[in-house]
Write a protein that binds this ligand. Structure first.
Ligand SMILES: O=C(O)CCC(=O)C(=O)O
Ligand SMILES: [Fe+2]
Length: 315
């Protein structure tokens, strides 16, 4: 075991942190102004990790907006300054399991947060994607805001199953709003997983909003009683998934200002939060403006994974 790392978990499974199983994300701050090198690295690694890319003062201001909403909702422990984002012991976040309530909550945090809007949809991020795509940039209109309290992180998945109806060049930008020690649980990327498209062919061809009209669950999906039969998870055991697919889980202790960019077929997950601090991050999406766009995530109130997104087929 690597003794410099704490014990870390994902979906309750302890991760092997020995050097063959776990490592640090490769930094790309050295090539941030060299677009050819950035493209090469993205093709080689399936991600770009650029520390200290965003203005930390703006990230901090966006964090203040997030903690403001959580304080209003009585989710923070009032014994600590809101900016520390200590979760109230009895704060109940179960409502986030309901996709409709989760969307409402994310919108209530992101829409009025001018620093977050400026950070994500203007300035450096757009310049970077413009150069990277060599095209005008279109971003999705929905902002995924993660407010993760103590407990499990996100299951391993690829983003294409949630947003793959448009451009295959779509990219995700994951931005932390706080310094995220390993125990608080940031994002992990499975090394080399973007090159596993043959093995993951079946998974990558799926879409969480497609359902079988000839199966018993069809009626529940059509009426909106359940969001889906299959929620897009690749595996609920990040440890055995890694053994199966190979490569290391890669992560880091993120700092405010960092950005992690990855593609639609890169397997990722997040570490469990073992602390009383909230982990805050957003994930947002960018693509070349000239390419087709997934209609679920566009407009003032995107349909998302709601009923209008469902596509029935006989299977
Ligand atoms: O932040 C997380 O836990 C998950 C984020 C994610 O899946 C993404 O950025 O695509
Ligand atoms: Fe994701």
């Amino acid at each position: 075991m690597n003794t410099t790392l704490p014990r870390i978990f994902a979906k309750g499974h302890e991760l092997d942190t020995s050097p063959h199983a776990f490592g640090e994300l490769r930094r790309s701050d050295d090539v941030v102004n060299d677009v050819a090198a950035l493209r090469e690295r993205f093709a080689a690694d399936g991600y770009l990790f650029i520390p200290n890319f965003l203005d930390p003062a703006l990230v901090r201001a966006a964090r203040a907006g997030i903690t403001g909403v959580l304080a209003e909702r009585n989710l923070l422990d009032p014994a600590y300054p809101a900016m520390e984002a200590v979760k109230r012991a009895d704060a109940d976040l179960k409502f986030l399991a309901d996709p409709r309530l989760a969307v409402e909550f994310m919108n209530s945090i992101s829409k009025a947060n001018r620093s977050m809007q400026q950070l994500l949809y203007a300035g450096r991020i757009l310049e970077l994607f413009g150069a990277f795509f060599a095209d005008a940039v279109r971003h999705f209109d929905f902002t995924w805001v993660r407010t993760m309290g103590k407990g499990f992180g996100t299951d391993p998945h690829c983003d294409t199953v949630y947003m793959g109806r448009g451009s295959s060049r779509l990219c995700t930008a994951w931005v932390p709003y706080g310094d995220i020690a390993y125990e608080i649980g940031g994002l992990m990327v499975l090394e080399g997983s973007h090159r596993q498209t043959a093995r993951l062919k079946n998974y990558l061809s799926r879409d969480v909003d497609t359902y079988c009209t000839n199966r018993p669950e069809a009626e529940k999906i059509e009426s909106g009683r359940i969001p889906w039969k299959w929620g897009g998870v690749l595996s609920n055991n990040p440890s055995s998934l890694r053994e199966h697919l190979g490569g290391r889980w890669l992560s880091t202790e993120y700092r405010m200002g960092d950005i992690l960019i990855f593609g639609m077929t890169t397997v990722h997950a997040s570490l469990d939060n073992q602390t009383d601090f909230f982990r805050f991050s957003t994930d947002t999406r960018y693509q070349p403006a000239s390419e087709p766009v997934d209609e679920r995530w566009i407009g003032e109130n995107p349909i998302g994974h709601g009923r209008a997104a469902k596509r029935g087929m006989i299977c």
